[in-house]
Design a protein around this ligand. Structure first.
Ligand code: ADP
Ligand code: MG
Length: 359
Protein backbone atom coordinates (compact mmCIF):
# COMPACT_ATOMS: atom_id res chain seq x y z
CA UNK A 1 0.00 0.00 0.00
CA UNK A 2 1.41 3.41 -0.88
CA UNK A 3 1.60 6.10 1.78
CA UNK A 4 -0.27 9.39 1.36
CA UNK A 5 1.40 10.93 4.42
CA UNK A 6 4.81 10.24 5.94
CA UNK A 7 6.15 11.69 9.19
CA UNK A 8 9.87 11.28 9.85
CA UNK A 9 11.30 12.09 13.29
CA UNK A 10 8.59 14.68 14.09
CA UNK A 11 8.91 16.38 17.50
CA UNK A 12 7.16 19.31 19.15
CA UNK A 13 7.37 20.62 22.71
CA UNK A 14 5.65 23.42 24.59
CA UNK A 15 7.74 25.37 27.12
CA UNK A 16 10.39 22.63 27.08
CA UNK A 17 7.84 19.87 27.72
CA UNK A 18 7.63 17.37 24.83
CA UNK A 19 4.12 16.87 23.42
CA UNK A 20 5.11 14.78 20.37
CA UNK A 21 8.39 12.84 20.47
CA UNK A 22 10.33 11.76 17.37
CA UNK A 23 7.36 10.22 15.57
CA UNK A 24 7.91 8.11 12.45
CA UNK A 25 4.84 6.87 10.63
CA UNK A 26 3.50 6.23 7.13
CA UNK A 27 -0.27 6.57 6.67
CA UNK A 28 -1.60 4.43 3.81
CA UNK A 29 -3.62 6.09 1.02
CA UNK A 30 -7.36 5.34 0.84
CA UNK A 31 -7.65 4.19 4.46
CA UNK A 32 -9.43 5.00 7.71
CA UNK A 33 -6.87 5.44 10.46
CA UNK A 34 -7.96 6.11 14.01
CA UNK A 35 -5.72 7.65 16.65
CA UNK A 36 -6.36 6.67 20.26
CA UNK A 37 -4.67 8.11 23.32
CA UNK A 38 -5.31 9.50 26.78
CA UNK A 39 -6.05 13.20 27.20
CA UNK A 40 -2.74 15.05 26.88
CA UNK A 41 -1.01 12.26 24.92
CA UNK A 42 -0.41 14.59 21.96
CA UNK A 43 -3.28 13.71 19.62
CA UNK A 44 -4.33 17.28 18.79
CA UNK A 45 -0.71 18.42 18.53
CA UNK A 46 -0.04 15.65 16.01
CA UNK A 47 -2.97 16.76 13.83
CA UNK A 48 -2.01 20.45 14.12
CA UNK A 49 1.53 19.62 12.94
CA UNK A 50 0.18 17.74 9.93
CA UNK A 51 -2.32 20.51 9.11
CA UNK A 52 0.30 23.24 9.46
CA UNK A 53 -1.13 25.12 12.46
CA UNK A 54 2.12 24.24 14.26
CA UNK A 55 5.63 23.61 12.91
CA UNK A 56 7.72 20.67 14.17
CA UNK A 57 11.05 21.28 15.94
CA UNK A 58 12.64 18.28 14.25
CA UNK A 59 11.84 16.10 11.26
CA UNK A 60 9.97 16.21 7.98
CA UNK A 61 6.41 15.72 6.75
CA UNK A 62 5.68 14.48 3.23
CA UNK A 63 2.14 14.55 1.81
CA UNK A 64 1.06 13.32 -1.59
CA UNK A 65 4.65 13.01 -2.77
CA UNK A 66 5.98 16.40 -1.65
CA UNK A 67 7.47 17.88 1.48
CA UNK A 68 4.98 20.13 3.31
CA UNK A 69 6.59 21.13 6.62
CA UNK A 70 7.19 24.85 6.42
CA UNK A 71 4.29 25.30 3.96
CA UNK A 72 1.39 27.47 5.27
CA UNK A 73 -1.68 25.49 6.35
CA UNK A 74 -3.95 26.87 3.61
CA UNK A 75 -1.52 25.71 0.92
CA UNK A 76 -1.28 22.12 2.11
CA UNK A 77 -4.57 20.86 0.70
CA UNK A 78 -5.38 18.91 3.85
CA UNK A 79 -8.88 19.02 5.36
CA UNK A 80 -9.49 19.56 9.08
CA UNK A 81 -12.73 18.92 11.00
CA UNK A 82 -12.69 20.42 14.49
CA UNK A 83 -14.49 19.06 17.53
CA UNK A 84 -16.20 22.43 17.96
CA UNK A 85 -17.28 22.44 14.26
CA UNK A 86 -16.16 26.11 13.88
CA UNK A 87 -18.98 27.10 11.49
CA UNK A 88 -19.79 30.68 10.46
CA UNK A 89 -22.91 31.51 12.52
CA UNK A 90 -24.05 34.29 10.15
CA UNK A 91 -24.05 31.99 7.10
CA UNK A 92 -26.65 29.36 6.20
CA UNK A 93 -25.86 25.69 5.59
CA UNK A 94 -25.24 26.11 1.87
CA UNK A 95 -22.97 29.14 2.23
CA UNK A 96 -20.95 27.51 5.02
CA UNK A 97 -20.26 24.60 2.69
CA UNK A 98 -19.55 26.83 -0.34
CA UNK A 99 -17.19 29.09 1.60
CA UNK A 100 -14.24 26.71 1.55
CA UNK A 101 -14.50 26.18 -2.19
CA UNK A 102 -14.58 29.81 -3.29
CA UNK A 103 -11.97 30.99 -0.79
CA UNK A 104 -9.32 28.33 -0.91
CA UNK A 105 -5.81 29.23 -2.04
CA UNK A 106 -5.14 26.21 -4.22
CA UNK A 107 -7.42 26.24 -7.27
CA UNK A 108 -10.31 28.35 -5.96
CA UNK A 109 -13.56 27.60 -7.77
CA UNK A 110 -15.22 30.80 -8.97
CA UNK A 111 -17.59 29.48 -11.63
CA UNK A 112 -21.02 29.80 -10.00
CA UNK A 113 -22.58 26.79 -11.72
CA UNK A 114 -19.60 24.64 -10.76
CA UNK A 115 -19.81 25.79 -7.12
CA UNK A 116 -23.56 25.09 -7.04
CA UNK A 117 -23.09 21.61 -8.48
CA UNK A 118 -20.32 20.58 -6.09
CA UNK A 119 -21.99 22.09 -3.03
CA UNK A 120 -25.28 20.33 -3.81
CA UNK A 121 -23.45 17.04 -4.34
CA UNK A 122 -21.60 17.29 -1.03
CA UNK A 123 -24.69 18.38 0.90
CA UNK A 124 -26.50 15.33 -0.48
CA UNK A 125 -23.61 13.05 0.47
CA UNK A 126 -23.76 14.08 4.14
CA UNK A 127 -27.58 13.88 4.17
CA UNK A 128 -28.45 17.58 4.50
CA UNK A 129 -30.49 18.09 1.32
CA UNK A 130 -33.48 20.34 2.10
CA UNK A 131 -31.67 22.27 4.83
CA UNK A 132 -29.56 24.45 2.49
CA UNK A 133 -31.19 27.77 3.46
CA UNK A 134 -31.38 27.01 7.19
CA UNK A 135 -29.14 29.04 9.51
CA UNK A 136 -26.47 26.88 11.15
CA UNK A 137 -27.70 28.22 14.49
CA UNK A 138 -31.08 26.55 13.83
CA UNK A 139 -30.00 22.96 13.21
CA UNK A 140 -29.13 20.12 15.59
CA UNK A 141 -25.65 19.20 16.81
CA UNK A 142 -25.56 16.22 14.48
CA UNK A 143 -26.51 18.40 11.53
CA UNK A 144 -23.84 20.98 12.43
CA UNK A 145 -21.32 18.12 12.46
CA UNK A 146 -22.43 17.20 8.94
CA UNK A 147 -22.04 20.81 7.76
CA UNK A 148 -18.50 20.88 9.18
CA UNK A 149 -17.71 17.65 7.37
CA UNK A 150 -19.29 18.85 4.09
CA UNK A 151 -17.37 22.14 4.24
CA UNK A 152 -14.12 20.15 4.33
CA UNK A 153 -15.09 17.44 1.83
CA UNK A 154 -16.30 19.91 -0.81
CA UNK A 155 -12.67 20.98 -1.33
CA UNK A 156 -11.78 17.36 -2.24
CA UNK A 157 -8.76 16.92 0.02
CA UNK A 158 -6.85 13.62 -0.21
CA UNK A 159 -6.45 13.64 3.55
CA UNK A 160 -8.98 14.72 6.18
CA UNK A 161 -7.94 15.20 9.80
CA UNK A 162 -10.78 14.81 12.31
CA UNK A 163 -10.17 15.85 15.92
CA UNK A 164 -12.70 14.08 18.16
CA UNK A 165 -15.43 14.83 15.59
CA UNK A 166 -18.12 12.91 17.44
CA UNK A 167 -17.24 14.17 20.91
CA UNK A 168 -20.05 16.72 21.07
CA UNK A 169 -22.79 14.33 19.90
CA UNK A 170 -25.08 12.19 22.06
CA UNK A 171 -24.55 8.42 22.18
CA UNK A 172 -27.22 7.51 19.65
CA UNK A 173 -26.04 10.00 17.05
CA UNK A 174 -22.42 9.08 17.65
CA UNK A 175 -23.15 5.44 16.77
CA UNK A 176 -24.93 6.48 13.56
CA UNK A 177 -22.22 8.93 12.51
CA UNK A 178 -19.55 6.22 12.97
CA UNK A 179 -21.18 4.25 10.24
CA UNK A 180 -21.76 7.23 7.98
CA UNK A 181 -18.21 8.52 8.30
CA UNK A 182 -16.88 5.13 7.26
CA UNK A 183 -19.27 4.99 4.28
CA UNK A 184 -18.49 8.52 3.14
CA UNK A 185 -14.74 7.96 3.35
CA UNK A 186 -14.99 4.75 1.41
CA UNK A 187 -17.07 6.27 -1.37
CA UNK A 188 -14.54 9.11 -1.82
CA UNK A 189 -11.41 6.96 -1.57
CA UNK A 190 -9.67 9.58 0.59
CA UNK A 191 -7.78 9.00 3.84
CA UNK A 192 -9.30 9.91 7.20
CA UNK A 193 -7.08 10.39 10.23
CA UNK A 194 -9.58 10.36 13.08
CA UNK A 195 -8.52 11.25 16.63
CA UNK A 196 -10.62 9.95 19.49
CA UNK A 197 -10.36 9.35 23.21
CA UNK A 198 -12.89 6.50 22.96
CA UNK A 199 -11.40 3.03 22.62
CA UNK A 200 -14.63 1.56 21.23
CA UNK A 201 -14.80 4.29 18.56
CA UNK A 202 -11.12 3.83 17.65
CA UNK A 203 -11.43 0.04 17.41
CA UNK A 204 -14.69 0.12 15.47
CA UNK A 205 -13.80 2.80 12.93
CA UNK A 206 -10.18 2.37 11.93
CA UNK A 207 -8.87 0.03 9.26
CA UNK A 208 -5.70 0.76 11.16
CA UNK A 209 -5.20 2.10 14.65
CA UNK A 210 -2.47 4.32 16.09
CA UNK A 211 -2.17 4.23 19.88
CA UNK A 212 -0.40 7.35 21.13
CA UNK A 213 1.40 6.89 24.43
CA UNK A 214 2.78 10.09 25.94
CA UNK A 215 3.75 11.64 22.59
CA UNK A 216 5.15 8.45 21.07
CA UNK A 217 3.57 5.74 18.91
CA UNK A 218 2.75 2.90 21.27
CA UNK A 219 1.50 0.71 18.43
CA UNK A 220 0.30 1.03 14.82
CA UNK A 221 -1.54 -1.96 13.40
CA UNK A 222 -4.95 -3.42 12.59
CA UNK A 223 -7.36 -2.84 15.54
CA UNK A 224 -7.89 -6.61 15.95
CA UNK A 225 -4.17 -7.23 16.23
CA UNK A 226 -3.70 -4.48 18.81
CA UNK A 227 -6.71 -5.62 20.82
CA UNK A 228 -5.50 -9.23 20.93
CA UNK A 229 -1.86 -8.40 21.61
CA UNK A 230 -1.08 -4.88 22.83
CA UNK A 231 2.62 -4.12 22.40
CA UNK A 232 3.06 -2.71 25.91
CA UNK A 233 1.19 -2.27 29.19
CA UNK A 234 0.67 1.36 28.19
CA UNK A 235 -1.18 0.34 25.03
CA UNK A 236 -3.17 -2.28 26.96
CA UNK A 237 -4.26 0.42 29.42
CA UNK A 238 -5.76 2.64 26.68
CA UNK A 239 -7.77 -0.25 25.25
CA UNK A 240 -9.67 -0.41 28.53
CA UNK A 241 -10.07 -4.17 28.12
CA UNK A 242 -7.25 -5.54 30.29
CA UNK A 243 -6.62 -5.95 34.00
CA UNK A 244 -2.97 -5.19 34.74
CA UNK A 245 -1.29 -6.87 37.73
CA UNK A 246 2.16 -5.77 38.87
CA UNK A 247 4.92 -8.23 39.75
CA UNK A 248 8.00 -9.84 38.29
CA UNK A 249 8.83 -12.81 36.14
CA UNK A 250 11.09 -15.52 37.53
CA UNK A 251 11.79 -17.97 34.72
CA UNK A 252 8.46 -19.70 34.00
CA UNK A 253 6.59 -18.04 36.87
CA UNK A 254 5.06 -14.60 37.34
CA UNK A 255 5.17 -13.54 40.98
CA UNK A 256 2.46 -11.03 41.96
CA UNK A 257 1.03 -9.82 45.27
CA UNK A 258 -1.99 -12.07 44.84
CA UNK A 259 -0.27 -15.26 43.70
CA UNK A 260 2.40 -16.90 41.58
CA UNK A 261 1.22 -17.88 38.09
CA UNK A 262 2.78 -20.24 35.57
CA UNK A 263 3.86 -18.39 32.39
CA UNK A 264 3.64 -20.04 28.98
CA UNK A 265 6.17 -19.04 26.36
CA UNK A 266 3.58 -17.58 23.98
CA UNK A 267 2.29 -15.31 26.77
CA UNK A 268 5.53 -13.34 26.93
CA UNK A 269 5.03 -10.11 24.94
CA UNK A 270 8.06 -7.98 25.76
CA UNK A 271 10.82 -7.71 28.29
CA UNK A 272 10.44 -4.22 29.70
CA UNK A 273 11.44 -3.03 33.13
CA UNK A 274 8.68 -3.44 35.71
CA UNK A 275 6.70 -6.62 35.23
CA UNK A 276 3.04 -6.48 34.23
CA UNK A 277 0.62 -9.40 33.89
CA UNK A 278 -2.27 -8.46 31.59
CA UNK A 279 -5.55 -10.31 31.66
CA UNK A 280 -8.41 -9.45 29.34
CA UNK A 281 -11.75 -8.65 30.99
CA UNK A 282 -13.51 -11.33 28.93
CA UNK A 283 -10.96 -14.08 29.56
CA UNK A 284 -11.82 -14.51 33.24
CA UNK A 285 -14.41 -16.95 34.58
CA UNK A 286 -16.06 -16.59 37.99
CA UNK A 287 -16.20 -19.80 40.11
CA UNK A 288 -17.48 -20.64 43.56
CA UNK A 289 -14.84 -19.84 46.15
CA UNK A 290 -14.79 -23.52 47.10
CA UNK A 291 -14.49 -24.80 43.51
CA UNK A 292 -11.65 -27.31 43.17
CA UNK A 293 -8.59 -25.99 41.36
CA UNK A 294 -7.52 -27.61 38.11
CA UNK A 295 -4.22 -28.05 36.36
CA UNK A 296 -5.42 -26.03 33.33
CA UNK A 297 -6.59 -23.01 35.28
CA UNK A 298 -5.17 -20.38 37.56
CA UNK A 299 -7.58 -19.31 40.28
CA UNK A 300 -7.33 -16.44 42.76
CA UNK A 301 -9.83 -15.48 45.46
CA UNK A 302 -11.73 -12.17 45.15
CA UNK A 303 -14.66 -10.34 46.70
CA UNK A 304 -17.58 -9.24 44.50
CA UNK A 305 -18.21 -5.49 44.53
CA UNK A 306 -20.76 -4.61 41.83
CA UNK A 307 -21.96 -5.25 38.28
CA UNK A 308 -22.71 -2.83 35.47
CA UNK A 309 -25.06 -3.83 32.64
CA UNK A 310 -24.04 -2.78 29.14
CA UNK A 311 -26.01 -3.49 25.96
CA UNK A 312 -24.41 -6.79 25.00
CA UNK A 313 -22.37 -7.58 28.08
CA UNK A 314 -22.15 -7.29 31.85
CA UNK A 315 -19.06 -5.90 33.54
CA UNK A 316 -18.46 -7.11 37.12
CA UNK A 317 -15.98 -5.65 39.58
CA UNK A 318 -14.10 -7.84 42.07
CA UNK A 319 -11.53 -6.87 44.72
CA UNK A 320 -8.41 -9.02 45.02
CA UNK A 321 -6.89 -9.60 48.45
CA UNK A 322 -4.40 -6.75 47.90
CA UNK A 323 -7.32 -4.37 47.24
CA UNK A 324 -6.82 -4.14 43.46
CA UNK A 325 -10.07 -4.10 41.47
CA UNK A 326 -10.38 -6.63 38.65
CA UNK A 327 -13.01 -6.29 35.91
CA UNK A 328 -14.73 -9.35 34.46
CA UNK A 329 -16.81 -9.08 31.29
CA UNK A 330 -19.48 -11.62 30.39
CA UNK A 331 -21.05 -11.47 26.94
CA UNK A 332 -24.82 -11.89 27.10
CA UNK A 333 -24.76 -13.88 23.85
CA UNK A 334 -23.26 -16.68 25.95
CA UNK A 335 -26.44 -16.90 28.07
CA UNK A 336 -28.02 -15.11 31.01
CA UNK A 337 -25.41 -13.54 33.31
CA UNK A 338 -24.82 -15.06 36.73
CA UNK A 339 -25.78 -12.89 39.65
CA UNK A 340 -23.20 -12.50 42.37
CA UNK A 341 -23.70 -11.70 46.03
CA UNK A 342 -22.27 -8.43 47.21
CA UNK A 343 -19.17 -8.80 49.43
CA UNK A 344 -19.20 -12.61 48.99
CA UNK A 345 -15.99 -14.39 47.99
CA UNK A 346 -15.52 -16.09 44.62
CA UNK A 347 -12.68 -17.59 42.62
CA UNK A 348 -11.48 -15.76 39.48
CA UNK A 349 -10.13 -18.31 37.01
CA UNK A 350 -8.25 -18.11 33.71
CA UNK A 351 -6.02 -20.20 31.48
CA UNK A 352 -2.30 -19.38 31.72
CA UNK A 353 -2.11 -19.09 27.92
CA UNK A 354 -4.76 -16.32 27.91
CA UNK A 355 -2.58 -13.96 29.94
CA UNK A 356 -0.04 -11.58 28.40
CA UNK A 357 3.18 -11.08 30.31
CA UNK A 358 5.31 -7.94 30.02
CA UNK A 359 8.37 -8.58 32.14
P1 ADP B 1 -4.53 15.52 23.40
O1 ADP B 1 -5.15 16.11 22.19
O2 ADP B 1 -4.09 14.10 23.22
O3 ADP B 1 -5.37 15.67 24.63
P2 ADP B 1 -2.62 17.70 23.14
O4 ADP B 1 -1.93 17.47 21.86
O5 ADP B 1 -3.68 18.74 23.17
O6 ADP B 1 -3.15 16.31 23.71
O7 ADP B 1 -1.54 18.09 24.25
C1 ADP B 1 -0.33 17.38 24.45
C2 ADP B 1 0.49 18.08 25.50
O8 ADP B 1 0.93 19.36 25.04
C3 ADP B 1 -0.28 18.36 26.80
O9 ADP B 1 0.62 18.22 27.88
C4 ADP B 1 -0.72 19.80 26.63
O10 ADP B 1 -0.88 20.40 27.88
C5 ADP B 1 0.42 20.40 25.85
N1 ADP B 1 -0.03 21.49 24.95
C6 ADP B 1 -0.82 21.34 23.86
N2 ADP B 1 -1.03 22.54 23.24
C7 ADP B 1 -0.35 23.46 23.96
C8 ADP B 1 -0.16 24.87 23.84
N3 ADP B 1 -0.69 25.58 22.82
N4 ADP B 1 0.60 25.48 24.77
C9 ADP B 1 1.19 24.80 25.78
N5 ADP B 1 1.05 23.47 25.95
C10 ADP B 1 0.29 22.79 25.06
MG1 MG C 1 -7.04 16.93 21.84
Amino acid sequence: MSAVLTLSNISKSYGGKPAVRAIDIAIPADSYVSVLGASGSGKTTLLRLIAGFEEPETGQIAFDGRRIDGTPAHERGIGFVFQTFALFPHLNVRDNVAFGLANRTIAPVTDKAEIDRRVAETIAMVGLTGLERRSVTQISGGQRQRVALARTLVTEPKLVLLDEPLGALDAHLRARMRDELRQIRKSLGVTFLHVTGSESEALAMGDRLIVLDDGTIGQFDAPKTIYAAPASPGVARYLNAYNLLKGERRDDRFVSEVGTFPVTRQSIKSSTAGGVYALRHDRIAVRDAAAPGSAEEIMVPAKFIASEYGGASVLSFFALDNGQIVEVEEHLSLGAPKTFERDARYGLAWKPGDALVYA
